[in-house]
Each structure stands twice: as C-alpha cells, then as structure tokens.
Design a protein around this ligand. Sequence first.
Ligand code: F6P
Length: 195
Amino acid sequence: PRSIWLSRHGESMYNLGGQIGGDADLSERGHEYARRLPELVRKSVGDDRPLTVWTSTLKRTIQTARFLPEHYNQLQWKALDELDSGVCDGMTYAEIKEAYPEDFAARDDDKYNYRYRGGESYRDVVIRLEPIIMELERSEDILIVTHQAVLRCIYAYFMKKDQRESPWLNVPLHTLIKLTPRAYGTLEEFTSSGI
Ligand code: F6P
C-alpha cells in the first residue's frame, strides 16, 4: 500500500463505563469524533485520492465511519472485530478480578498468550488478522476503523515490532494514524482530533 490510515472507533458507551467487549453505541463524544473524522481524513489524505474504508462488523466502528464521503468504498470485516473476551464480555476489569481472580492474574502474567475463557488471546487475534494483512499488503490507500487490541496488532506489524509487545502499545482514542511503508521502515504520523 502507499499509506494506511488507522483509527480506533470513537468513545463508546462501554468505554465510558469501563466495560470491555460488547456491541455498544458511541457516546456523545464518540459521535462528535465521527462527525469530525471526514475533515481529519480529508486534511491527511487530500481531496482527490480514492480511499477504501474498512470497519469491523460492530456498531461502534460503523457509526464512527458513517459520515465519511459516499464515494469511498466501505467494507465490513468480521476479522476486524475486537478481541473476543468470552465469558468476560461486558464486564469491567474490577468485576473480572472479582469473578475470575486466577484468570486476571494469568492475563497480567502473559497478556499476549492469555486466552479469555470462551474467547481469544492476542496471539489468536494476530492469526485471524493474517488475511487482513495480506489484503492490505496488496491494496492501495486504506483507512481502517477498528478496536484497541486489533489496532495494536496491525500497528505492531507495520512498525515491525515484536507482536508480543502489542498488548502494551498505547493507541490513543480520537486520533488518526497515518502509516507509510518505506524500504527502510514505516513512517508514522499522528493527528489528534482534539476531542
Ligand atoms: O476497553 C476497550 C477495549 O477495546 C475492550 O473491548 C478490549 O477488551 C480491551 O480494550 C483490550 O485492551 P486490553 O487488552 O488492554 O484489555
């Protein structure tokens, strides 16, 4: 690809309550980010560069992308859905610690390999992202609106970081990231929406 733009979805109602997973709507701030995203993208991409937009199948990424120009192709990928937290879906970290103390400690010990009961690990996410990465490698400009864990893995791949570091990477909310792969390494540019 020439460049890849990455964004987390806008703040969701679950983010507000500290709950993980789920399929919540955006919060008021999240909607505000969605409204500002077209301008943020236009400034970074330019006016007449065609762009394809990929989201997950979850409401919060689709809502985040919904004000982007209609001439952008949009595609939803199940493989871009957030890391599946299994039985912990919808819980806060405090609730998980209370209900599954051993799991909570195990995740802290080895966050990359820890697999939620009935759910996924970061390692699982990296594997399910393989087709996405292959498709990305042979695509033109793409904007991906997805989730924290998934974004960490995609970012680590293009920044040539060890995937075992991805669970700890900081990917700020309401920020557009532009990655441009070059022979000597990937250029990165962060633009905050100020929200
Ligand atoms: O809190 C938002 C969220 O995307 C959750 O849905 C997800 O489980 C979590 O972040 C992933 O972050 P971490 O792996 O650090 O718990």
